[in-house]
Design a protein around this ligand. Structure first.
Ligand SMILES: Nc1ncnc2c1ncn2[C@@H]1O[C@H](COP(=O)(O)OP(=O)(O)OP(=O)(O)O)[C@@H](O)[C@H]1O
Ligand SMILES: [Mg+2]
Length: 112
């Protein structure tokens, strides 16, 4: 099992969430986060003054899946979250040792 952690533009959340659901991946965790990439934030103008915004709002989506679903989900998120602009985000993939469904005690892929 793997955890896919995608940091995306907040404006892309609904599209990514809907396409995951359509493809059969309903369970996920979403967190509003702040971050920066290689441009180290950006300059923004507000009321005629320039501000350096160090950390930009991003949305983190996490989902844990069986290995055979990994490529499909990563490609789906990548396609859906793309605008072609800087700051489109990143996808991190981690191995998951085990999963337990609290209600039933089921483990691993039965618990996903
Ligand atoms: N190496 C990293 N480690 C942890 N978080 C990261 C890393 N790179 C990016 N992030 C997270 O992803 C968000 C989006 O990153 P971003 O897409 O700007 O990456 P980038 O490398 O600058 O690529 P691009 O040039 O396309 O903007 C960041 O705001 C941060 O939250
Ligand atoms: Mg960037």
């Amino acid at each position: 099992m793997y955890k896919v952690e995608a940091i995306i533009k907040p404006t892309k959340l609904h599209e990514v969430k809907d396409s995951l659901e359509e493809a059969g991946f309903a369970s996920l965790t979403v967190t509003e986060v702040k971050g920066r990439g290689q441009q180290k934030g950006m300059m923004q103008q507000w009321r005629g003054r320039k501000y350096c915004v160090d950390l930009l709002p991003k949305t983190k989506i996490e989902l844990v899946l069986a290995e055979e679903k990994l490529d499909e989900v990563v490609e789906l998120i990548r396609k859906t979250a793309t605008t072609g602009e800087i700051g489109d985000g990143k996808i991190f993939i981690y191995p998951v040792q085990s999963v337990i469904r609290i209600r039933t005690g089921e483990v691993d892929e039965d618990a996903l």
